[in-house]
Design a protein around this ligand. Structure first.
Ligand code: UD1
Length: 420
């Protein structure tokens, strides 16, 4: 297994090109199941997670072809068997999103439940309730969801989500586009990835209105066609490198970043003492002075993203004073705290709050990646620490960050991948 070694203490100077958003790409790939035409996705991030989903799609009978220039061609001319086995779903939770498209297209599906996950229970009840509202008959059996559409196919319905869920909103959209009649989704998540999915589905011939608002209206159509679609740039990757620049010091231009997708982070970074310059197709982050403590609370979009919480905590360990970080989306999303502690951070957890007392003179140490966002917070801490930090178990990083060590090295960081 690979690990990453970071020799800290160097500021970052340079440009980083932001990849397509993992979280959007995974749902767009699932949309490829909805048509017998070709869906060609460009700005596709090459990640372990997108590869896992590609394997599942291939198992379902989809032609999956990586093309030059970060493109992925999907062609689901026909579905062999709408069955997603445990071994292919357990590796990555978002694989579960094939369920809705399979019921919509094939009228039936058998898909493994995704199981638990290191950052909390993460159930799929909201996904299943939305599909049931559209008429699907669902039985849980031996860890699998067995689903059947009614005679004549799924039918439009009004779905009121009891809580905001990105995955359930997307899953309902992926099924409703091929249902008969109108679907109204209420209390929807408003993340940019939802708009990206709606716009891609529209390019495929679907009628979707209101994505980005709490209410989404979909008029079902009989069939969808292929399309060419560019994945939205990754706001979490953007935010991660912005925080890295603030932590290490220096100035970094994030190319292709969509500034408007990270406003909550920009406000927090500015209060912490960083300078943010927003341009149409880039964001520049600069930090020369001392860091100040800032309290944050994670919230659904447009609030502070839970996927940037761990990274911001690493930054706050360097700030002069105490900050409070409150996690409201997931329970058990503080697994990076003991690892940051190994690097010298002073963090105390009380329920869903962490109190970070800085500034800590971080010192390099061997640490263990526990989940995707937690692992990159250790990289950020390592960039600012004195000496060598070795992050083990980096398969978590490879799930979500494309060529992380290359992108950081190009800005002057000393980051290398080693085989254990
Ligand atoms: C997506 C993102 C993830 C991000 C999260 C919140 C992908 C692949 N992942 O995850 O990176 O951290 O949004 O921005 O896009 N919940 C239920 N029942 C359900 C579904 C969710 O109780 O059926 C709960 C979850 O446990 C969690 C909350 O709802 O506490 C929000 O989760 P959700 O928005 O669904 O996150 P994901 O779509 O899984």
């Amino acid at each position: 297994m690979d690990r990453i070694r970071i020799r800290g203490g160097r500021p970052l100077h340079g440009e980083i090109e932001i990849s397509g958003a993992k979280n959007s790409a995974l749902k767009l790939m699932a949309a490829g199941l909805l048509t017998d035409g070709e869906l060609v996705l460009s700005r596709m991030p090459r990640l372990a997670d997108t590869r896992f989903l590609g394997q599942l799609l291939a198992h379902l009978g989809v032609e999956v072809e990586e093309q030059a220039g970060s493109k992925l061609r999907l062609h689901a001319a026909q579905i062999d068997d709408p069955y997603a086995p445990y071994d292919l779903v357990r590796k990555m939770r978002a694989s579960f999103n094939v369920l809705g498209p399979l019921i919509a297209r094939e009228g039936r599906a058998k898909v493994s439940l995704p199981g638990g996950c290191a950052i909390g229970a993460r159930p799929v009840n909201l996904h299943l309730e939305a599909l049931e509202a559209l008429g699907a008959e669902i039985v849980l059996e031996e860890g699998y969801v067995l689903a059947k559409a009614p005679a004549g196919g799924l039918r439009g319905a009004r779905v009121v989500f009891p809580m905001v869920s990105v995955g359930a909103t997307e899953h309902a959209m992926l099924a409703a586009v091929l249902a008969k009649g109108e679907t109204v989704l209420e209390n929807c998540a408003r993340e940019p990835e939802i708009i990206d999915l709606a716009d891609c589905l529209t390019a495929m011939g679907a009628t979707v209105e209101g994505a980005g608002d709490a209410e989404i209206r979909i008029q079902g159509v009989d069939r969808l066609k292929g399309a060419d679609w560019a994945v939205v740039p990754d706001r979490i990757e953007t935010g991660t490198y912005a925080i890295a620049a603030a932590a290490a010091g220096g100035d970094v231009v994030l190319k292709d970043a969509r500034a408007e997708h990270n406003h909550a982070l920009w406000r927090a970074l500015q209060r912490a003492g960083a300078e943010i310059v927003e341009d149409e197709a880039s964001v520049t982050v600069r930090r020369t002075g001392a860091l100040k403590p800032v309290d944050i609370q994670t919230e659904p979009f447009p609030g502070f993203a839970t996927d940037l919480q761990a990274q911001f905590m690493a930054l706050m360990a360097l700030a002069d004073g105490a900050s409070i970080i409150r996690e409201t989306i997931f329970e058990n999303r503080f697994m990076h705290v003991p690892e940051l502690g190994r690097l010298g951070a002073d963090i105390q957890v009380r329920g869903n709050e962490a109190v970070v007392r800085g500034p800590s003179a971080l010192k390099g140490a061997p640490v263990m990646a526990t989940d995707l966002r937690a692992s990159v917070s250790l990289v950020i801490a390592g960039l600012a620490a004195e000496g060598d930090t070795v992050v083990n178990r980096i398969y978590h990083l490879d799930r979500g960050f494309e060529r992380l060590e290359d992108k950081l090295s190009a800005c002057g960081a000393d980051v290398v991948r080693e085989s254990e």
